[in-house]
Design a protein around this ligand. Structure first.
Ligand code: CP
Ligand code: NVA
Length: 310
C-alpha cells in the first residue's frame, strides 16, 4: 500500500456521491486523459499502485476498462471473482473489506444488492468504486454523459428518454439528471416502473413518466435503453420478453426524437429485442464511443479518488 499524502477517503457508490462541480471536473479531466492516450503519451500518475477488482457477475467492458485503464495509469490490477475466492464461501463482506483494503490502494466491485458494496465501503481503508449493482451503474453513466458532451456539448436542460426496464442504468440516469440539471423521461411497461426510493426521486423535478414509448421519444435529445433482463433476474426472462415487447427502440421512435438525437446502449445488446439493428448500427448510435469512454472516464475517476485534483 502506498503511503504518500492522499485526499480524504471518498467512494463512488452512487452517481449522487459527487457534486455537479466534481462531475464537471471529471469530464474535463477525462477529455485530457483521452487526448494524451490518443497521442500515445504516458500518464503514469498511479505508478506502483494496486487496484483490486471484485466480480460477482459477468463482464467484458467493465473488467477490460478498469484493468487496462489502471495499467495505463502505471499501476497493476488484480481480478477476484466469487467462485475462486473466499467471498463465495461465506467470508463476511466486512472482513473481506478489511483485508483487501490493507493490501491495495483502490477497489472496484460488481455485485448484486447495493447494500453489499455499501457494507464493503464502510469497512474499507481505500476508495471503493461501484462497477454495477442491481440498483446502480454509475461508471457507465459517467462515460455516457462524457460521450454526450463530446458529441453535442452540455447536457444541461436536455431531455434523455429511457425506454424499457427501470433498472440500474435507469436509476443512475435519474440520479444524474438531478446532479447535472437535465430531464429523464421514462417509459416502462406496467409493473416495471421506477422505484422512487432507488432513484432518489423524492424531490426531483427532473423526471417525467410517459406511458407510451413512442410519445416518450418526442423531441428527445438522447434515446437510450438496455436489456430487458438484467444479470441476476434470469428466472424472469420469459415473462419479461412478453411484457417488454412494445418497448423496443426502433427507427420510428428515432424519427420522432430531435433531428440530432443520439442513441445509446451500455451493451451488451440484444438486437431485435430492446433495439432494432438499424438503430443500434445506424448513424445516430454512439454505442462504441460509449464503450471506449468507459476507459477514459474511469481513469479520470481513479486518478481523482487517489490523488485529488491535478
Ligand atoms: N456496460 C457494461 O458494464 O458492460 P460489461 O457487463 O461487459 O462490463
Ligand atoms: N442492466 C444490465 C447492465 C449490464 C451492463 C445488467 O445489470 O445486467
Amino acid at each position: 500500500m502506498t503511503t504518500t499524502s492522499k485526499p480524504p477517503l471518498r467512494h463512488f457508490l452512487q452517481f449522487k456521491d459527487f457534486s455537479r462541480e466534481e462531475l464537471h471536473y471529471l469530464f474535463a479531466r477525462a477529455r485530457l486523459i483521452k487526448e494524451k492516450f490518443k497521442r500515445y503519451e504516458p500518464h503514469h500518475v498511479l505508478f506502483d499502485r494496486t487496484l483490486v477488482m471484485i466480480f460477482e457477475k459477468a463482464s467484458t467492458r467493465t473488467r477490460l476498462s478498469f484493468e487496462a485503464g489502471f495499467q495505463q495509469l502505471g499501476g497493476s490490477a488484480i481480478y477476484l471473482n466469487t467462485r475462486d475466492s473466499q467471498l463465495g464461501r461465506g467470508e463476511p463482506v466486512e472482513d473481506s473489506a478489511q483485508v483487501i483494503s490493507r493490501m491495495s490502494d483502490i477497489v472496484m466491485i460488481r455485485t448484486f444488492e447495493q447494500n453489499i458494496i455499501e457494507r464493503f465501503a464502510a469497512n474499507s481503508r481505500v476508495p471503493v468504486i461501484n462497477g454495477l449493482t442491481n440498483e446502480y451503474h454509475p461508471c457507465q453513466i459517467l462515460a455516457d454523459i462524457f460521450t454526450f458532451i463530446e458529441h453535442r456539448g452540455s447536457i444541461e436542460g436536455k431531455t434523455v428518454t429511457w425506454i424499457g426496464d427501470a433498472n440500474n442504468m435507469c436509476n443512475t440516469w435519474l440520479q444524474a439528471a438531478k446532479a447535472l440539471n437535465f430531464t429523464v423521461r421514462v417509459s416502462t411497461p406496467p409493473g416495471y416502473e421506477v422505484k422512487p426510493e432507488c432513484a432518489d426521486l423524492r424531490d426531483s423535478a427532473h423526471f417525467e413518466v410517459v406511458a407510451d414509448p413512442m410519445e416518450a421519444c418526442k423531441n428527445a435529445n438522447l434515446v437510450t435503453t438496455d436489456v430487458w433482463t438484467s444479470m441476476g433476474y434470469e428466472a424472469e426472462n420469459e415473462e419479461r420478453m412478453r411484457a417488454f415487447s412494445g418497448w423496443r427502440v426502433d427507427a420510428e421512435m428515432m424519427k420522432i426524437a430531435a433531428p440530432d438525437a443520439l442513441f445509446m446502449h451500455c451493451l451488451p445488446a440484444h438486437r431485435g429485442e430492446e433495439v432494432t439493428s438499424d438503430v443500434i448500427d445506424g448513424a445516430q448510435s454512439v454505442v462504441w464511443d460509449e464503450a471506449e469512454n468507459r476507459l477514459h472516464a474511469q481513469k479520470a475517476l481513479m486518478e481523482y479518488l487517489l490523488l485529488g485534483r491535478q
